[in-house]
Design a protein around this ligand. Structure first.
Ligand code: G4P
Length: 524
């Protein structure tokens, strides 16, 4: 278990997450040539083609896990790396956030030319909320971009995370020659390979040899690195684990530069799986009997039958396929005959798995995100928080005759966490308000209502853009405000929907006594 590392890459679309995933797998020698996971031509469509909608739009709705082995140079120990994939597209959903509850560390991948972008910021907020340590990669250093110190400043100032570069670039963005290893002072010089399709050879040089080879480029890197040291920006393991600093690596996923450095940083610095606290405040250690948390449920993958795959992250103990586990929420047994590892299109049967690993369970009709599975002594972990929705729509069945199926569908999709369902007395129950983190969640609802329940759903967007948690004493006053409406979410939380942030600011100023708390992962 101590050899396992489970992480996710958080990034904005196009920063290079797929390319980096390939490069990591290439380095781990899981595949011989980059391109095997996401073939260049059909990259988007090969990631997952489960839902018709995905195919039509060429995007991935699913989150999956890639596992590979990695051995540090000169070391006999094999480390097991689990990369849990977050859908990396502009349309994202609550699932994107939920994945982050299943990992022990995150790699924040930033495009050197673009710096911090909106989706990275949102995902970062969730990592910060959960206290997940973050490793920062500045990608695309082979292309013109900002200077290292500009990027470091931007991250420090905008999100209050202090980068502590481990590997500093030699050569400006667009002229990537190699990396200064700030902990040893050595130079790692890269050689390009054709199209970046194979591992880039690297050579280690002493500072003197580096100076002779690279001249001013080397001197600049050394001087800037010394500046960072003077400002206290050297790696500190405790501060990293506390989420205050972030080891940083400059890289080019496309050229395979800096990729080995990322793998060794994950193995050397990222935390191994740890025990988890249950709702009764006891801690289940990784060595205790089996337990796991479901963090995502995928349905409608196969149109020929109703199929549901639940992804669980193992928290403690050893998992063996076929063992019967207990579902903590219902107390019912669950047989794990069909346990799978899933990445992209490939599914393979899993026989054993350990804390930190992700396993997909087929036919998991009763399992929902946040549920606990265990053997022996009962354990139940706290639920996954609902994230701040930003899109709100009234949902109706197109035909009144289908009302019963419509209700059933809403309850089912609600229990699976596909969307959040909101109600209030004024609007009644016939047409509930659905709330989502990303608009794509509504499309999933439409598709599943049709295929699984035979109901045509209609959506009518509401003019709200943000939600705040409120309480009973504030409800009446809030409902009197223009551009505000209060709802009860199915988990019992009272949510005030507000038209825009200016309206919210106004109310907060005029009625300081009202409760309006941000939910997790509010946009800013
Ligand atoms: P994503 O999964 O984060 O959305 O990004 P993806 O890996 O698909 O990369 C987005 C684009 O950026 C791709 O170009 C990819 O080749 C390019 N890219 C990724 N990493 C690097 C890098 O280190 N250096 C450079 N120069 N480019 C990089 P594309 O034109 O959209 O696709 P393609 O024609 O290259 O396949």
């Amino acid at each position: 278990m101590a050899r396992r590392r489970t992480f996710a890459i958080i990034s904005h679309p196009d920063a290079g997450k797929s390319t980096m995933t390939e490069a990591l797998a290439l380095h781990a020698r899981m595949i011989s040539e980059a391109g095997a996971i996401h073939g260049k031509a059909g990259r988007r469509s090969t990631v997952s083609d489960w839902m018709e909608m995905e195919k039509a739009r060429g995007i991935s709705v699913s989150s999956t896990a890639l596992q590979f082995n990695y051995r540090l140079e000169g070391d006999d120990v094999v480390n097991v790396i689990n990369l849990v994939d977050t859908p990396g597209h502009a349309d994202f959903s609550e699932d994107t956030y939920r994945v982050l509850t299943a990992v022990d560390a995150a790699v924040m991948l930033i495009d050197a030319a673009k710096g911090l972008e909106p989706q990275t910021l949102k995902l970062f907020q969730v990592c910060r909320h959960r206290g997940i340590p973050i490793i920062t990669i500045i990608n695309k250093w082979d292309r013109p971009g900002q200077t290292p110190l500009e990027l470091i400043d931007e991250i420090t100032e905008r999100i209050g995370l202090t980068p502590t570069p481990l590997y500093f670039p030699v050569g400006i963005a667009g002229d990537f020659r190699g990396l200064l290893d700030r902990r040893t002072g050595e130079y790692i010089r890269f050689t390009r390979t054709a199209g970046g399709a194979t591992i880039a050879p690297e050579e280690r040089l002493s500072p003197d040899a580096a100076l002779a080879k690279e001249g001013d480029e080397w001197t600049t890197a050394v001087e800037e690195s010394e500046l960072l040291t003077a400002m206290g920006q050297d790696h500190d393991q405790e501060m990293f684990l506390a989420g205050q600093t972030s080891p940083m690596i400059f890289a080019s996923a496309m050229l395979n530069f800096g990729v080995r450095q990322l793998l060794s940083t994950l193995v050397e610095l990222a935390p191994p799986p740890e025990g988890r606290t249950s709702i009764d405040d006891t801690v289940r250690e990784v060595t205790d009997p089996f337990s796991a948390v479901v963090f995502k449920v995928q349905a409608g993958m196969d149109s020929s039958h109703r199929d549901r795959l639940a992804y669980m992250r193992i928290v403690s103990g050893e998992f063996e396929r076929g063992m019967v586990v207990t579902h903590a929420q219902t107390g019912k047994p669950f047989a794990t005959k069909y346990a799978q590892a899933v990445f992209g299109r490939d599914r393979s049967t899993v026989d054993t798995a350990y804390p930190g690993d992700v396993v997909g369970l087929v036919n998991a009709m009763a399992l929902a995100p946040g549920d606990t599975l265990f053997t022996d002594v009962k354990v139940q972990y706290p639920p996954i928080p609902s994230f701040a929705p930003e899109h709100f729509s009234i949902c109706r069945a197109d035909s009144a005759g289908k009302y019963k199926q419509f209700r059933k569908a809403i309850d089912q999709l609600d229990s699976e966490g596909v969307v959040q369902v909101l109600r209030n007395e004024i609007r009644g129950d016939a047409a509930p308000v659905l709330a989502a983190v990303g608009p794509m969640q509504f499309e999933v609802v439409t598709a599943r209502m049709k295929t699984e329940f035979g109901v045509d759903a209609r959506f009518e967007p509401l003019p709200y853009t943000l939600a705040r948690r409120t309480d009973e004493t504030s409800v009446d006053e809030l409902n009197r405000q223009r551009g505000v409406e209060v709802f009860t979410r199915s988990d019992g939380a009272l949510l005030a929907l507000v038209s825009d942030k200016w309206r919210l600011q106004y109310i907060e100023k005029e009625h300081a006594d009202l409760t309006l708390e941000p939910l997790v992962a509010a946009a800013d």
